[in-house]
Design a protein around this ligand. Sequence first.
Ligand code: ASP
Length: 587
Amino acid sequence: MLRTHTCGELNMQNVGQKVTLCGWIQRVRTMGAMIFIDLRDRYGITQLTIRRFLNRDEFNEVNSLGREFVISATGIVAERSSKNPNIPTGDIEIIIESLASLEILNESKIPPFTIEDNTDGGEELRMKYRYLDLRRNVVRKNLELRHRMAILTRNYMNEQGFIEIETPVLIKSTPEGARDFVVPSRMNPGQFYALPQSPQTFKQLLMVAGFDRYFQIVKCFRDEDLRADRQPEFSQIDCEMSFVTQDDILATFEGLAKYLFMQEKGFAPGEFPRIEYDAAMREYGSDKPDIRFGMKLVELNETMKGNGFKVFDDAELVVGINAAGCAEYSRKQLDELTEWVKRPQVGASGLVYIRYGTDGTLKSSVDKFYSPDELKTIAGKFSAIPGDLMLIMAGKTEKTRTALGTLRLEMGKRLGLMDLTIFKPLWVVNFPLLEWDEASKRFYAKHHPFTSPVPQDIPLLETNPGAVRANAYDLVINGVEIGGGSIRIHNRDLQKKMFQVLGFTDELAQEQFGFLMNAFEYGAPPHGGIAFGFDRWCTIFGGGESIRDFMAFPKNNSGRDVMIDTPARISDEQLKELNIKLVNGEL
Ligand code: ASP
């Protein structure tokens, strides 16, 4: 080794030892004739001190060592006179005795941004020089967390008898789910592989094969529009089990979640509550409720309709939330909030408020239609007390619930109720099996076409498919969907029925999923599974906002890797080999 120790491990116990460290220069400082160099590697920072011996030229030479130069330094560990309690190596320094003890291993250009926790580099610049960004503590720590989470996951899964099996990356495009990334096949002109959106069908085939408990930390690919919590390639902890019920799966993976919490954070949340999808929508206006705070939706049809206020009388649903302690909101703040909910991202048509003044008087934006007594009854529905502000919306049921759910989150944020140190997991269960799409006039699988219906709802597949509940579940933590899965269909006839409901002809179902349906004729065990967004797990545990910060080399918002500059054109030669024809330079 070129070094005897790392820059993060020396302390008072090493005083007197001769050591050699290697690393990057964080900064060089002078004090009179003394020079201090902060030497950094991924383990920490150690101070090198050069005291006596330098003549002017040598002094200048050392003083001009640039930031990010890679050096090796040999010297004696000594106690520092002015200690730095903020770093583990702050009690000591390395005394360099001769110029020959400092060796430049490599020079560095001046980095385009400072390698500090609070860097001056903007997002794009840091993405372009990601390898420099990765030298920063904050980013490096995120990847260290990610590594620990992967190891812990593997430990737990291994202990529970799961085996990790790799599934292929070059697979077949399927019409359900998100858009596929495709790869042309040179050897099969005109034909394409698709990159997996998930190993779903393979893990089910592994159950048919009798593997019983499978998992994999696996890259998945989805060609979707990007957001802070989406990347075109991301990692899942993908799992499948045989001979299990929904309860067994929830218990097993509640175990995984608790194990990760315990090992990484030193505490674990208690029982994870379970809530039906319908109740989640009704009470929180979201299928991934943040239950760090209450502020549940209060339905007001019986209380507020029929008073001549047309907007409410015509609405399918009148519903509100109680923003505790917000009665003092000014007119300007309320107008701003009203504008906020009208933005297309929220989609409400308006906002009605009732102020419960600290003097006990109730004042609303629709006073004309409600007497003080009626306002009192309404406030009672909210369990409001003086000082509270009730915010009410009306319209189509689903849309209004969702819009109010969004406002609930916003108010939670404004009121400081989203404490990053608190973790509130819950299971949302029994999602709808199908989703109607008005444009194509057909049902789509809400989860995927292999999800089984709740058994007692199976007859509804014939009569009222929209009402069928899926035997499916999501794990949600602090309003983020961390994972989801389902008990699968393992019966060929039911799977065939499902494809029919989804509008697949027998031929198309055979062409797309024949391999799975055929496999089901050879003794498919009852099975089910789940997949967790591994990047999201890490982001939640690391208290971050974007999954990007927990990936080594993420893509930007347009799906580009600006460092390696891709996607990129390929040569005409390559295109020809792939049998892809360009017309006037275009595909
Ligand atoms: N394959 C599913 C997904 O990626 C998860 C599952 O059902 O296990 O969402």
